[in-house]
Design a protein around this ligand. Structure first.
Ligand SMILES: C[S@@+](CC[C@H](N)C(=O)[O-])C[C@H]1O[C@@H](n2cnc3c(N)ncnc32)[C@H](O)[C@@H]1O
Length: 462
């Protein structure tokens, strides 16, 4: 079969995207077949999750236009939406994130397919919890009493003790994810924002949450969703004996420091075109630079992670990531603004006209905010540089990104991203605009206003 050239492949992809848009005008914003239950999307309310159906469709279209597409990378994996979408397309999927909660969730989405075994495990767990008469609390961290009522902490502890007795690691991980969502729903933290913000004393007095009941309900829901997800994979031939047929590799890593390369499927031979080690595709969504204000991924995971055994998540997770409620966010993109120099500012103004325009304005109107924006862009660039090195020539990169406001000024993340990637020989091929249906954000926030638009930007490495 004649291979299409890269430009012809771009055209085929664009036509396929436009055909979908013509068929269903709102597909990219709000697909009719929303699939909230598929691909483990309901396991845990992770901030800023992408839509599984949309990501799955884009990957499918790229695979049709470029059939050699086999390996996918998401360097900001979050809840693992891109990974699950890649698996539903039979790809080898590699994901990284700095947040242990993300790693736990993505691992469960990559390995939890045996619904009957989980139902049996749930029965064993129930018996253990019933037999447990201890009132001891397993977690121990500052302000525990502020975030958890005594009865809630005791019930969570019974669950923790029962989970620890489960022999299979993959089952324990599914239990831990269910426990994480149980913590989110039964703690004294408000569920209306991603930031840690305690409910009022009046509200706390009115509530009587039961972790045991909540866990039971969530676990029943999760096992139903697992059956559906397994069915989706099976029907495509991507599941054999309750295991995914492709490769999945999930790491807790700072992507601004390192991107793990994929393992070659076939032995490398210099003569083969596939011999280039690297990814065929990147599908990702970076933080928008607001991880200290509106969408603090780490802070959101702080309370659930206090109850989970880190050894079960990954041996590389260190307990010091919970040294404060801000630690994970401080280590994340844009978290170290005191390390920003004037040289960084000048350098990125040279590299990105869009960034330069934003900074010029900020210097005049909100000089105190400048470092924050420079820091985020500097760190983002480190990840982009590593991604660019890790992608094969003619590989596609799909970035879902939104702009945000800092001190009333719109920061053009979309244009900055394109400017930065251009320096790595990565060109924009297409742009899909989507409106965001709901974002869990503080209604009023001095530095940020709620986003309403997001873009899915498709690039190709030349
Ligand atoms: C927009 S979220 C990704 C959401 C994901 N697309 C989903 O559907 O759930 C961005 C992610 O980037 C992660 N992140 C931030 N800084 C990072 C870094 N330096 N290295 C790796 N991951 C990082 C955050 O922990 C967060 O999970």
């Amino acid at each position: 079969m004649m291979q299409r050239g890269p430009e012809a492949t771009d055209q085929a992809l664009i036509q396929a995207i436009e055909a979908i848009t013509q068929q269903e005008k709102n597909f990219w914003s709000q697909p009719l077949e929303y699939d909230r239950r598929g691909a483990g999307h309901r396991f845990f309310q992770y901030p800023a999750m992408m839509l599984p159906v949309v990501q799955r469709k884009i990957i499918q279209l790229i695979k049709s236009a470029a059939p050699r597409t086999q390996t996918l990378l998401d360097p900001f994996m979050g809840s693992g939406t891109a990974l699950a979408a890649g698996m539903l397309n039979g790809l080898d999927c590699y994901g990284q994130d700095i947040n242990p909660m993300s790693v736990l969730l993505a691992k469960v989405k990559a390995e939890a397919f045996n619904q009957p075994a989980y139902l049996r495990a749930a029965e064993r767990l129930r018996k253990r919890v019933k037999a447990d008469t201890s009132t001891e609390v397993t977690a121990n961290f500052p302000n525990l009493d502020k975030w958890f009522e005594k009865k809630v902490a005791q019930e969570l502890s019974k669950l923790v003790r029962a989970i620890r007795q489960e022999r299979r690691l993959s089952t324990r991980r599914l239990f831990w994810v269910t426990l994480a969502e149980t913590v989110r729903l039964t703690s004294n933290d408000r569920t209306s924002t991603f930031k840690l913000h305690a409910r009022s004393a009046e509200d706390i007095a009115k509530r009587d949450p039961s972790p045991l009941k909540t866990f039971e309900q969530l676990f029943a829901q999760n096992t139903e969703d697992i059956a559906l997800y397994a069915e989706q994979l099976s029907s495509q031939g991507y599941l054999r004996e309750e295991a995914y047929t492709g490769r999945v590799n999930i790491s807790v890593l700072d992507s601004s420091k390192r991107i793990k390369l994929p393992v070659a499927r076939t032995p490398l031979s210099a003569a083969s075109a596939d011999a280039v080690a690297g990814f065929d595709l990147v599908v990702s969504s970076p933080p928008y630079g607001d991880n200290r204000t509106t969408v603090p991924y780490g802070q959101h995971a702080y309370l659930p992670l206090q109850w989970i055994d880190f050894v079960d998540i990954d041996s590389a997770v260190s307990p010091d990531c919970l040294s404060t409620t801000h630690e994970i966010d401080n280590r994340s993109l844009g978290g170290q603004r005191n390390t920003v120099t004037t040289r960084d500012q000048k350098r990125f103004c040279r590299l990105s006209p869009a960034f330069a325009a934003n900074i010029q304005e900020l210097v005049k109107t909100k000089p105190k905010e400048v470092k924050k924006v420079v820091c985020f862009v500097r760190d983002l660039n480190e990840v982009l540089k590593r991604c660019a090195q890790a992608v094969k020539p003619n590989g596609y990169l799909v970035w879902t990104i939104g702009n945000r406001k800092v001190g009333g000024l719109e920061i053009h993340n979309n244009l900055i991203l394109a400017d930065l990637l251009a320096h790595y020989n990565i060109v924009q091929v297409y742009k899909i605009e989507r409106s965001i249906q709901s974002k869990r954000m503080a209604a009023r926030n001095r530095s940020t206003t709620t986003m309403t638009k997001e873009e899915i930007l498709i690039f190709r490495k030349k």
